[in-house]
Design a protein. Structure first.
Length: 313
């Protein structure tokens, strides 16, 4: 049934004018810098980059992407973007305290900042206009619930970046709901062969470990290989997706992946910054914009397989 026509304006009342076309975000010509703590070649951050670049192309904005796991170098990249007078900065905060000064300089220069992925608790205090990511505590608790349902009683939580507050929150969340023991294992994401070796050694030395939770898709594949090498029956779950992880889920080698839809962590901040520049819009009302968690299991893995291969999931 068609909607009723709007009543005519009262005598002397003017109808509201449509928004000026100049406020539309397309073709803005803006410049935005995306600066993350992801190491070059990390499949997770490649998807974030794809999302940011797709948004830039859609809006006619210039988007540069740089990543460095060293917070001091990440701060330098933020300082560089400020000196270049970009129209907005997107930054992940794995180590918020180390980035506070650099982000403060951007805010003082009246450059809008959107934080992503980690550091949500510090985002508003640092002056960012919003945060885009997932609640790591909530996601960790969800993972712990599913692992408990699968029969896991002693879990190895594999942390691949030292000092990353979000990773520790994931392990803590899993510990809250598992109802069993959670032990952390520190590894280096840049040395996957060593990851496999360390997880293998742990599984061989402690056969009570019957579950492994990785916090990165590349680590998940290394842990899968470790479970095979150790002859272990440990059940494996992971955070985040890659084409290899989706295949492993389909093959029954990984129980599930916690999906924070990282493509949105690249795409949405560029959208928000472009709207801010064009129309002073802000999003979230002071609260984070959540992109997850969702769960990819064998029931729905085939539906996202092609998207993961295309670099958008």
């Amino acid at each position: 049934m068609p909607s009723p026509a709007a009543p005519p304006p009262e005598r002397g009342e003017q109808s509201a004018a449509p928004p000026a076309s100049s406020a539309a975000p397309q073709g803005s010509g803006a410049s935005f810098a995306v600066i993350t703590h992801g190491a070059p070649g990390d499949s997770f951050w490649d998807v974030v980059k794809n999302g940011a670049e797709a948004a830039g192309k859609q809006y006619g904005a210039q988007v540069t992407y740089q990543g460095d796991g060293d917070p001091a170098k990440q701060s330098q990249l933020i300082d560089q973007a400020v000196s270049e007078k970009v129209d907005g900065i997107v930054v992940s905060m794995a180590n918020p305290d180390a980035l506070k000064e650099a982000i403060g300089k951007a805010v003082a220069a009246k450059i809008p900042v959107v934080t992503i992925n980690s550091g949500a608790d510090s985002s508003k205090a640092f002056g960012a206009i919003t945060h885009v990511g997932q609640s790591e505590d909530v996601a960790g608790r969800g993972a712990g619930e599913q692992l408990k349902a699968a029969g896991v009683t002693k879990l190895l939580c594999v942390i691949h970046e030292a000092g990353n507050v979000g990773l520790d929150q994931r392990c803590k969340g899993a510990e809250e709901t598992l109802g069993g023991t959670v032990e952390r294992l520190q590894v280096d994401v840049s040395n996957l062969a060593d990851v496999t070796s360390k997880v293998t050694a742990k599984l061989q030395s402690d056969q009570q470990v019957n579950g492994v939770l990785s916090l990165n898709p590349a680590i998940a594949i290394a842990a899968r290989d470790a479970i095979k090498d150790a002859g272990s029956q440990a059940k494996l779950a992971t955070f985040d997706l890659s084409a290899d992880v989706v295949t492993a889920i389909n093959d029954g080698e990984v129980l599930f992946a916690v999906d924070q839809q990282q493509y949105l962590q690249g795409y949405l901040p560029i959208t928000f910054l472009n709207l801010y520049k064009a129309n002073l819009n802000t999003v979230g009302g002071g609260l984070p914009v959540n992109t997850g968690p969702g769960f990819v299991t064998k029931d729905n893995a085939s539906q996202v397989a092609k998207l993961a291969e295309a670099g958008t999931r």
